[in-house]
Design a protein. Structure first.
Length: 160
C-alpha cells in the first residue's frame, strides 16, 4: 500500500527542470517604449533653443566686469542721472554709444558690451530701445540692477 501510494503522490508533484543560467540573456524592456506615450509627448514638445555663448576676449570675464565696476572708473558717461524718453534712448544705438532701458531704468551698456556672455551682437538687440521684454524672456533670473548699477544714466519717462 505504501509503495503504490508513494508512486501516486510523486506523479502529482510537478517536475522542475533547471537550466544553466550562463547561456541565457535577460531581456530588459526599453523605457520609454519606442512608440510609447512618453516619447510621443517629448517629441511633440517644443525644445528650448540652446543658449549660444561666445568666447569672450581675455580680460572680459564676469570677475573682470565686477573688478571694473568697483574700480571707480566712470562707466555712466553722464555727470548726473536724468530722465529720458524712448526718443532720447534711440539716439544711442551704436556699439560706440549704446543705451537701453530695463524695467524703467536707463543704462549706458557700452562698457558692458564686450563682457556680455552672449556677445556684443546679442546685447545690441536691445540698444537704443526698451529692452525689458527681451531681457525678461532670456534673463529673468539675472539682477540687471546689480549687474549694471555702475552704468545707470537715469530713468525712463513717457514721451513728451
Amino acid at each position: 500500500m505504501s509503495s503504490s501510494n508513494s508512486s501516486t503522490n510523486n506523479d502529482n508533484i510537478p517536475k522542475m527542470t533547471l537550466r544553466d543560467p550562463s547561456n541565457q540573456t535577460l531581456a530588459v524592456p526599453e523605457f520609454p517604449a519606442r512608440n510609447g506615450p512618453q516619447r510621443l509627448v517629448a517629441a511633440a514638445t517644443k525644445q528650448p533653443r540652446g543658449r549660444q555663448k561666445v568666447i569672450l576676449e581675455p580680460g572680459h570675464s564676469p570677475l573682470d566686469w565686477a573688478r571694473l565696476k568697483s574700480s571707480g572708473k566712470d562707466l555712466r558717461g553722464v555727470t548726473q542721472l536724468g530722465r529720458y524718453t524712448l526718443e532720447d534712448i534711440k539716439q544711442h544705438r551704436t556699439e560706440d554709444d549704446a543705451w537701453t532701458a530695463i524695467q524703467g531704468k536707463v543704462y549706458n551698456i557700452t562698457p558692458y558690451l564686450k563682457f556680455h556672455p552672449g556677445g556684443v551682437k546679442d546685447l545690441m538687440r536691445i540698444a537704443g530701445r526698451d529692452g525689458t521684454k527681451l531681457f525678461m524672456l532670456t534673463h529673468a533670473w539675472v539682477n540687471a540692477e546689480f549687474m549694471l548699477d555702475a552704468c545707470l544714466v537715469g530713468f525712463l519717462v513717457p514721451g513728451r
